[in-house]
Design a protein around this ligand. Structure first.
Ligand code: ZN
Length: 183
């Protein structure tokens, strides 16, 4: 019996409106509001994987500049998608939500087999999280209206990569929601 969880990657103030703002991300907020609220209603776990960088330590900062610094407002989930008490929040210091975090043991303990992977960015943190998810044997579902990237090219090539290399099934948030209702 498949058990699904929704993974919301890096929908943080810094990535939507802050220091690394992705203007395109605004279009994915309404579908994600619907997806997350439907998941909660259906008892599907919602897991946020959030960048949470340590100043002067994390080597990614040399490439991207300071963003999502631990304890700052920029590292908080955007208000529209704020986690509620029943949700899970995983802090990460690398692109993948699995790398050196509790994500895998959390999902195993929840009995999760299938991941609905959403958030930012299609070709970067979503992609690296998808890589580890695939290698750990999770089935991947990616709503194309629930993920985005800085450019159309990064978005499109990211989706194509997820599909061809990690066998992700590409769908949309409303179809995922319909699946919750019929499960
Ligand atoms: Zn980062």
């Amino acid at each position: 019996m498949p058990q699904t969880a929704v993974i919301v990657v890096d929908m943080l103030n810094d990535f939507v409106t802050g220091s690394l703002a992705c203007k395109r991300a605004e279009r994915i907020i309404p579908p994600l509001v619907r997806l997350i609220s439907a998941a909660r209603e259906a008892g599907v776990p919602v897991v946020y994987t959030n960048d949470s960088h340590l100043k002067g330590i994390d080597h990614e900062l040399a490439l991207w500049g300071e963003h999502a610094m631990r304890g700052s407002a920029g590292a908080e989930v955007i208000p529209e998608l704020a986690p509620c008490e029943l949700d899970y929040v995983i802090l990460k210091r690398r692109y993948s939500g699995f790398f050196q975090t509790d994500l895998n043991i959390l999902l195993k303990e929840l009995g999760v087999t299938d991941l609905v992977l959403a958030g930012l960015h299609t070709h970067m943190c979503v992609r690296h999280t998808a890589a580890d998810a695939y290698m750990w044997g999770y089935r991947l579902i990616v709503p194309t209206d629930g993920t985005d990237a800085f450019t159309e090219d990064d978005y499109g090539s990211g989706l194509a990569y997820l599909k061809s290399v990690y066998a992700a099934s590409l769908t949309d948030c409303d179809s995922v929601i319909a699946g919750f209702a019929s499960a």
